[in-house]
Design a protein around this ligand. Structure first.
Ligand SMILES: [Zn+2]
Length: 304
């Protein structure tokens, strides 16, 4: 049986670590994530965006997650990331996701409350947990400066969780979606996080938390992919956030970069192979390295 995010995050909260949530889009990424998590005995959240569902098919993604759980006996959740379309959310709940997010972060507070509550009512009937979001992360293509963020207000977070009954809450404390997160130093508002953690009983989630390692940027440049001034969240800041109460950390961009590097590097160096299995293998190996590193930073290894 798939676990809910609430179950996994409550355990994490009790023991002081965070559960990694990796975005999956295909068989290769899923297998690489599961192999590593299983080897390291880390609980894991597989999450799919609405875009991933469009790309791979909802039933395919559900099968991948359920089979992974079956074969590896790993504490695992299948979660809808950034759900906004009620049709998609309803279908996820009906067909077998164990957790869904409703992202009303761009709405007025009262509309965010109203819609999140609606999803909570639908999901709780089936024993599925719901992640809400309060505060706004800067977007992927904007020139990211702090004025583009709307940080989560601790008192409002308390009101939001009480009014909606959400199981877990994504907050904004300085991270961003995409590869371009900081123009200066990578720094999160840990003081604010601590205030939220004090006021809110609900387990907390950090989005937009990829690291975009310099080393990987350099290697990508060697294959011809230039991502310029991209800058992610340092491991040190992530560790501080986990210590201050974050129990789920989302990772997508780092997986994309690793996959692309493995693929590009292999193709660049090989003029003879045309077997998709051979071409994809190095991409999977690169994903495994990222997953291993993230699990170590979040402290989720040897937890079951
Ligand atoms: Zn997100």
């Amino acid at each position: 049986m798939l676990k809910t995010n609430l179950f996994l995050q409550k355990n994490a909260k009790a023991k002081g670590y965070a559960v990694p949530a990796f975005n999956i889009n295909n068989l290769e990424i899923t297998k690489a994530v599961i192999n590593t998590a299983s080897k390291m005995k880390s609980p894991v959240i597989l999450q799919t965006s609405e875009g991933a569902i469009k790309y791979a098919g909802m039933k395919n993604l559900i099968s991948l997650a359920k089979n992974a759980e079956d074969e590896n006996r790993i504490p695992l959740s299948l979660h809808l990331d950034h759900g906004q379309d009620f049709d998609v959310i309803r279908k996820c709940i009906k067909l077998g996701y164990s957790s869904v997010m409703f992202d009303g972060s761009h709405m007025e507070f009262k509309d965010n409350v109203k819609n999140t509550k609606k999803v909570v009512n639908l999901a709780h009937k089936k024993g599925i947990s719901v992640e809400g979001e309060l505060g706004v992360l800067a977007g992927i293509e904007e020139n990211i400066k702090s004025k583009n963020h709307i940080y989560t207000d601790p008192d409002q977070a308390k009101e939001f969780t009480l009014k909606t009954g959400v199981d877990t809450l994504a907050i904004a404390i300085g991270t961003s979606h995409g590869a371009y997160k900081f123009s200066g130093e990578s720094k999160l508002d840990i003081k604010r996080l601590k205030e939220i953690e004090k006021k809110v009983k609900t387990p907390l989630v950090l989005h937009g938390a990829s690291g975009v390692p310099e080393e990987l940027k350099k290697k990508l440049l060697g294959t011809g992919l230039n991502i310029g001034k991209a800058k992610g969240v340092s491991d040190q800041e992530i560790r501080k956030a986990v210590k201050a109460g974050i129990t789920k950390v989302n990772i997508d961009t780092d997986l994309r970069l690793a996959f692309t590097y493995g693929l590009r590097n292999f193709i660049k160096k090989n003029n003879e192979d045309f077997d998709p299995r051979k071409i994809m293998k190095p991409a999977m190996d690169e994903i495994e390295k990222v997953v291993e590193a993230k699990i170590k930073v979040l402290g989720s290894n040897r937890r079951y």
